[in-house]
Design a protein around this ligand. Structure first.
Ligand SMILES: Cc1cc2nc3c(=O)[nH]c(=O)nc-3n(C[C@H](O)[C@H](O)[C@H](O)COP(=O)(O)O)c2cc1C
Ligand SMILES: Nc1ncnc2c1ncn2[C@@H]1O[C@H](COP(=O)(O)OP(=O)(O)OP(=O)(O)O)[C@@H](O)[C@H]1O
Length: 360
């Protein structure tokens, strides 16, 4: 499986260790959201001027660039450059929580988005370890020997301080360091990156769970701070009820990946990138307002995500939009009439313009 993106650079996505390009320098974890703490963990396995960024022992070829006509196979990857160590994120699929609870889990970064974020950080390969009964039953020793040493031919490992692995999460980051030392594999244990919360002032580790809570409560500023970028909904514009234009606020209705984590229902100030057909080149950037909800005023059925762009007219059906959340404005309400809804949306637009212009 190969993903190509923006400028032809790619991340090799391997759905099993057999398909992985080896040898590897590995960052281990779930990495949902690819937040600021995750950046720290990934950093030591990236290449910098031909070296791993924290003094890896070997020399490295430049990152391989692929275009659509080049299909890099595992064998080619090995043969074209014997010395190259692939900067690799190793994660679990499905999310372990999904496996244990049997419930589908919504993600901050569904696979395509995660791949794009990892690519932008300079990661060359994403290995998705099929999280099943067999994998979850491996002891820490077996995980290191079978998966990291034998299958991934690991040359370096990076994990966060709170990393746990193996059967019943028995292995700690320190255990990993001791086990890997038997194979002369250095392990970087990254101290937990924290942020300062106010009232009461305390240092809190950045985590995926914390970002999810912030998004659930509409605290977009906090979520964006911990992510190191705005939380973004990426989707294709599909047809709505076409009522929006009758009240003077046409909206683009977004179809999102089924497993995308949806923040609190309500109205937001947003920035919108309209992405072109040709792989993800940004065409235009716009400001706007977004509503996530059931549209009770018009007896809407089911939840929808719709965005109104300021000072823009045209047809967006079928286009891909990336909607960056800037601030939560208010909860969705049921209005007595369409006229009242229209008045409120006018007000939302005024508030959003103010917020967004103050941001520039
Ligand atoms: C900024 C904004 C705020 C909105 N707020 C509400 C709301 O509070 N209550 C509601 O029922 N619908 C709300 N809507 C949804 C409108 O009902 C919806 O845009 C309209 O019915 C058009 O839907 P359509 O695109 O399916 O035709 C809002 C839409 C926007 C763009
Ligand atoms: N704030 C952080 N600072 C440093 N390392 C971190 C931080 N958060 C996670 N890590 C590390 O990054 C890797 C991936 O983290 P993972 O996604 O598994 O945990 P998480 O972000 O804490 O998510 P969750 O809240 O779901 O447990 C792991 O090695 C983990 O220890």
């Amino acid at each position: 499986m190969l993903n190509l993106s923006q400028n032809g650079c790619s991340v090799w996505v391997a759905s099993s260790t057999q398909l992985a390009l080896t040898p590897t320098a590995v960052a281990l974890g779930k990495f949902d959201g690819v937040h600021l703490g995750h950046h720290r963990v990934i950093q030591p396995v990236l290449h910098a001027g031909g070296q791993l960024s924290q003094g890896g022992a070997q020399g490295f070829a430049p990152v391989q660039q692929l275009n659509e006509n080049q299909q890099l196979t595992t064998e080619q990857g090995r043969l074209t450059n014997q010395e190259h160590t692939y900067s690799t994120v190793v994660t679990f699929h499905p999310h372990p929580q999904e496996f244990f609870t049997g419930q589908p889990r919504a993600l901050l970064t569904p696979l395509d988005e995660k791949v794009e974020k990892l690519r932008s950080l300079g990661v060359e390969q994403l290995v998705l370890l099929p999280f099943d009964k067999e994998l979850s039953a491996l002891s820490p020793e077996e995980f290191v020997e079978k998966i990291l040493v034998q299958q991934l031919q690991c040359r370096r490992i990076s994990v966060g301080q709170d990393f746990c692995f193996g059967k019943q999460r028995r292995g700690t980051a320190r255990d990993l360091q001791l086990l890997a030392a038997k194979y002369d594999i250095p392990v970087t244990i990254v101290p937990l990156q924290t942020y300062t919360d106010t009232a009461p002032t305390e240092e809190i580790p950045i985590s995926t769970s914390l970002i999810r809570h912030s998004l659930e409560s509409g605290d977009i500023k906090n979520a964006n701070l911990l992510l190191g970028r705005p939380y973004t909904l990426i989707g294709i514009v599909v047809q709505g009820q076409q009522l929006g234009r009758t009240i003077g606020f046409p909206t683009a209705n977004l179809q999102l990946p089924n497993d995308k984590f949806i923040p609190r229902q309500g109205v937001y100030a947003v920035r919108v990138e309209i992405l072109s057909e040709t792989p993800d080149i940004t065409v235009t950037q716009n400001l706007g307002v977004m509503n996530i909800g059931n549209r009770p005023t018009v007896n809407g059925t089911g939840s929808s995500v719709e965005v109104h762009l300021f000072d823009w007219s045209g047809d967006l059906y079928g286009q891909k939009l990336a909607v960056q959340l800037v601030e939560f404005l208010r909860p969705e309400q049921k209005f007595p009439s369409l006229e009242d809804l229209k008045t409120q949306i006018q007000l939302d637009c005024t508030v959003a313009r103010k917020i967004l212009s103050a941001e520039c």
